[in-house]
Write a protein that binds this ligand. Structure first.
Ligand code: GRF
Length: 195
């Protein structure tokens, strides 16, 4: 008899490489979580194809069909609950979430961000780090709180910034670490929730 796994809803908007990393991690029978829903706010998100290829339940909740953020967030929340998820993982989900929604998932919603938070919240993290002449970049998985890209840090991975780096080259180096960091963070959160 298998032990009950943590049920994960992954929210995406685009490429879905972090989703794919989580899908791959879940293939290990010893990984403590399973994906019960992949939800995108964009019907054309490439990540939806990865989810379908893995045979996962997929759903689009198109934000354009909702008059305001509250009603969109309510619809997303309902779907997550309907699918029985214990934990929500934002993986390149490009919508700002309302505090009302975030507060329904205290320490049960996590996000991956391509910088060493608290540095470089928001967009264009890599070009900003390069412009500042930083020697190091990285990624952070953190709990989601109403304030964007804040909240307790679960995992950070660092990479060097090398001479000649462009934002694209640096993004690739960081992304490799994101794909390690996100499954690691899910393990840590699972331990926390089951402890
Ligand atoms: C990643 O760099 C992630 O840190 C950021 O958005 C990007 C999503 O990439 N939040 P992907 O869709 O997972 O490939």
């Amino acid at each position: 008899m298998g032990v009950d796994k943590l049920k994960l809803a992954v929210l995406i908007s685009g490429r879905g490489s972090n989703l794919q990393a989580l899908i791959d991690a879940c293939k290990d029978p010893l990984f403590p979580a399973e994906i019960v829903l992949v939800l995108s706010n964009r019907p054309q998100a490439q990540g939806l194809d990865y989810a379908r290829a893995a045979g996962l339940p997929v759903l689009t909740v198109d934000h354009k069909n909702y008059p305001d953020r509250e009603s969109f967030d309510d619809a997303v929340h309902d779907e997550i609950v309907k699918n029985g998820a214990d934990l929500v993982a934002l993986a390149g989900f490009m919508r700002i979430l309302t505090p009302g929604f975030v507060n329904k998932w205290p320490r049960r919603m996590i996000n991956i961000h391509p910088s060493l938070l608290p540095d470089y919240k928001g967009l264009d993290t890599h070009s900003r780090a390069l412009a500042d002449g930083k020697k190091e970049a990285g990624c952070t998985v953190h709990y989601v709180v109403p304030e964007m890209d804040s909240g307790p840090i679960i995992v950070q991975k660092r990479v060097p910034i090398l001479e000649g780096d462009t934002p694209e080259i640096l993004a690739e180096r960081v992304l490799e670490q994101e794909h390690i960091a996100y499954p690691e963070a899910v393990r840590i959160v699972t331990d926390e929730l089951s402890g």
